[in-house]
Design a protein around this ligand. Sequence first.
Ligand code: 5GP
Ligand code: MN
Length: 312
Amino acid sequence: MDQKVFKLIKKSHHIVIVSHINPDGDTLGSMIGLGEALKAEGKKITYINTQNELPLRFDFLASYDKIRSCLPKKYDLLISVDAASFDRTGLDNGVEVDISFDHHKSNTNFAKYPITDASMASTSLVIYNFFKKFSIKITKSSATALYSALAEDSGFFKFDRVNQDTFLIAANLVKLGADPTFIADKLTKRNSLAKLRITEIYLRKLELKADAKVAFAKITLEDFEKSGALKSDTDTLVNLGLSLATVVVSIFAYEIDDRKIKVSLRSKSDHIDCSQIATKLGGGGHKRAAGFTADIKEIDGIIAGIIKETIK
Ligand code: 5GP
Ligand code: MN
C-alpha cells in the first residue's frame, strides 16, 4: 500500500489535501506538514477545509491563509488527513478520495488507498513515518506543522499512545526546525476573553452524575451569544470535566444550531471505549476521545443512555 501511494504522489503534479470538518490541530497540522514537504519536492499543493470558520490559533502555520473551502476544477490527486470517515471530509458525495492518512481505529477505509496507523498519537506521525520510509525531506515549515499537530492531539504529550517513539520523533522534528516554546506559546497563550468567559459558563454548568464518575455540561446557543465565543473556543472544555479526581468519563455537548448538537466524550479508564459508544451513535474517534452529532430533541435520552452503559 505505502509503495503504491508513494508512486501515486510521485507521478502527480497538482495535489489537493483535505482536512476534516470541525478542524483541530492534527488535521490542520497534518495537512500543512504534508503539503509543505511535497511543495519542496516540486508539487503544486491546494489546501482545503470545507468550513469557513478555522480556529485562529493555527494562523502561524505556513499557508494558513491560503486554505480554501472549495475544490479546484482540476487536480491529479486528492488526499484526506485525519478523517475517519467520508462525511468527516465535508466533501460532496461522489468526490473520490485517492489517499487517506489517519490514526483512527474507526477509519472506514473510504479512500482508495487508506494508510491508517491507530497506534500513533496523531495523524502527523503517520505522515512523518511515511516521509521517513521514502526519504522525503521534511522542511522547517513542515516540521513545525507536524510537531504542532502532535502536540495538539496528544494534549502536549499527555494522552494515551504517547511512548518513547513519540518523543524520539518529536525530538527529530525539533532538530528539523520545530521550536517547542514558540509553538506552545502560539497554541496555548493566545486565548480570547470570550474563550475564558465560555469556560466560566462551562464550569458553572458542570454537573456530576453516577456517583461523581461522570461529568456533564451543555453549552447552548444563548451561551455562545452571551460570551461571544466561537464553537472552536470550546474544544478543550471537556478535559476540565475529566480533570476531576472521581470522574472517569467526561461528556460535553454544545448546540450547533436549533436542531443539531455536538457531543464530545473523554475517558480515562481502559474499560470505557469512547470510540465504540460514539460509533454506535453515528460518530467515531479513539478509545479515550470520541465524538458524534445528534438531534437536539434526543440529547437527554442519549446522555442518559451513555451514562447507563458506561457506569454499570
Ligand atoms: P472532539 O470530541 O474533540 O470533536 O473529537 C474527538 C475525536 O473524535 C477526534 O479524533 C475526532 O476526529 C473524533 N470525532 C469527533 N466527532 C466526530 C464525528 O462526528 N464523527 C467521527 N467519525 N469522528 C468524530
Ligand atoms: Mn487526530
